[in-house]
Ligand binder design. Structure first.
Ligand code: FES
Length: 153
């Protein structure tokens, strides 16, 4: 798990409370936990309890998701910090700065695709030679599965 609750934590929260205070659904809390983004401890009655510091993690996860950062990347980024530690403003600034670079790169790619698509509007040729969005000879297919045209540098 990326974030475990530090030993000796007090005032642990139920899933309902942490969901309400973080503004996400209970199912989202469980989903984040299943993906290793947060973790809980179990009571003697086998109920999950969450450390209050996780509220900040959940806020960061939500912001990152809104910018399109994949959950796996979010998890890896959070793993840099001691499990269950309170993330500082400086740490958040570092994460946000990195994700801004990622967002800029995706914006550049999408802008280029939009500009190339502009050439297609009203054309309709879908020419292997002329259309910038075609994939001549499936050349990009050799680079692997998926949307290779989106992954161009
Ligand atoms: S359809 Fe003609 S340039 Fe894309």
């Amino acid at each position: 798990m990326a974030q475990e609750i530090a030993e000796g934590s007090t005032a642990l929260l139920s899933v309902g409370v942490i969901a309400r205070r973080s503004g996400v659904a209970v199912s989202t809390i469980h989903f984040y936990e299943s993906k290793g983004l947060i973790s809980s401890v179990r009571t003697e009655g086998n109920q999950r309890r969450y450390a209050p510091v996780l509220l900040r993690y959940i806020a960061i996860i939500k912001v990152a998701q809104r910018t399109g950062i994949p959950l796996e990347e979010i998890r890896e980024a959070l793993r840099r910090y001691p499990p269950g530690s309170k993330l500082t403003a400086g740490q958040w600034k570092t994460l946000a700065s990195e994700w801004r670079v990622d967002l800029d790169q995706r914006i550049q790619k999408l802008t280029r695709l939009r500009d190339e698509l502009d050439q297609c509007i009203g054309c309709g040729c879908l020419s292997l030679e002329e259309c910038p969005l075609r994939n001549p000879g499936d050349a990009l297919g050799a680079k692997g599965p998926g949307a290779q045209i989106l992954n161009r540098p």
